[in-house]
Write a protein that binds this ligand. Structure first.
Ligand code: G3H
Ligand code: 13P
Ligand code: ZN
Length: 308
């Protein structure tokens, strides 16, 4: 069942757990994510970036999401636009049937971010669609970073309070030291949990962690064993994900883990049988690998068995 993003995240916010928001770029990723949600009895957020929409076509994205949400009608699912860059992009997603959109104007000055977010919120709420925005910049923080440097990069909790009150945004992604992709930390992993707690206290809305892939050891190994290279890569440790949820994170954005798990299997099959060209022989184990990661994550974040 396709539901509004806030339906899923308000419950998670009140009960204190995290819901995985998983990116997809094709049927295989989507199918694996749904199978995991079904097995975990977990609510679900599926998300498509502007790049994913360009790749699949917006009608295909919404069409597949609707078909899968009908197939698993007992699972509450929100279809979310990940990192919408313009008002028009959000508007198109809303018109096409997305139930949640992100307007990412975090690289603009605070006032511009606020103004654009408020405009998207007004348009989205008219259609019963919820909105996510972001404050701060997504990048890793080093141990020796100064207080001033940290303040220049990460979310400012007081600004977050004003931003949420004035924009009426439904959920907020505060930058606390994560980044996208497989190379998140140069040294030891480090996130600003105190800042996160302060944002939660001052805003009291669902919060979002971007760049939340963990790169679990077995996923890394499967990629390396297939002949892949992940030198220097580092994900968010599981303990940090749990600590983030305690600090108020309710939406946990995950893409890289799924990509690595899937591609490790595709390469393994390609290496093992050089005569193979049946796509299904590559993609079936790829889907199983994604399903395992998603299932495990749903239990870790606390969304398993939260369908009611
Ligand atoms: O936030 C980034 C997501 O992983 C989507 O990435 O723009 O390559 O589809 P993409
Ligand atoms: P990862 O690259 O850590 O999977 O983050 C994905 C994300 O934040 C999508 O918005
Ligand atoms: Zn992101």
């Amino acid at each position: 069942m396709l539901v509004v993003g806030s339906d899923i995240l308000q419950k998670a916010h009140k009960e204190g757990y995290g819901v995985g928001a998983f990116n997809f770029v094709n049927f295989e990723m989507l199918n694996a994510i749904f199978e995991a949600a079904d097995e975990a009895s977990s609510p679900l957020i599926i998300q498509a970036s502007e790049g994913a929409i360009k790749y699949m076509g917006i009608d295909m994205v919404v069409g597949m999401a609707k078909i899968m949400s009908n197939r698993y009608s007992h699972i509450p699912v929100a279809l979310h636009l990940d990192h919408g860059t313009t008002f028009e992009s959000c508007q198109k997603a809303i018109e096409a049937g997305f139930t949640s959109v992100m307007i990412d104007a975090s690289h603009h000055p605070f006032e511009e971010n606020l103004e654009l977010t408020a405009k998207v919120v007004e348009a989205a709420h008219k259609e019963g669609v919820s909105v996510e925005a972001e404050l701060g910049r997504l990048m890793g923080i080093e141990d020796n970073i100064s207080v001033d440097e940290k303040d220049a990069v990460l979310v400012n909790p007081k600004e977050a309070e004003i931003f949420v009150r004035e924009s009426k945004v439904d959920y907020l992604a505060p930058a606390i030291g994560t980044s996208h992709g497989a190379f998140k930390f140069k040294g030891e992993p480090k996130l600003d949990f105190k800042r996160l707690q302060e944002v939660k206290r001052l805003t009291n809305i669902p919060l979002v962690l971007h760049g939340a892939s963990a790169i679990p050891d077995y996923v890394r190994e499967s990629f390396l064993n297939s002949g892949g290279d992940l030198k220097g890569s580092k994900g968010v440790p599981f303990e940090f994900l749990q600590e983030s949820i305690k600090g108020g994170i309710n939406k946990v954005n995950t893409d890289t883990d799924l990509r690595i798990a899937f591609m490790a299997e595709v390469r393994r099959v390609a290496n093992e049988d050089k005569t193979q060209f049946d796509l299904r022989k590559f993609f079936t184990p790829g889907m199983q690998a994604i399903k395992k990661v998603v299932l495990e994550r749903m239990h870790l974040l606390g969304s398993a068995n939260k369908i009611s």
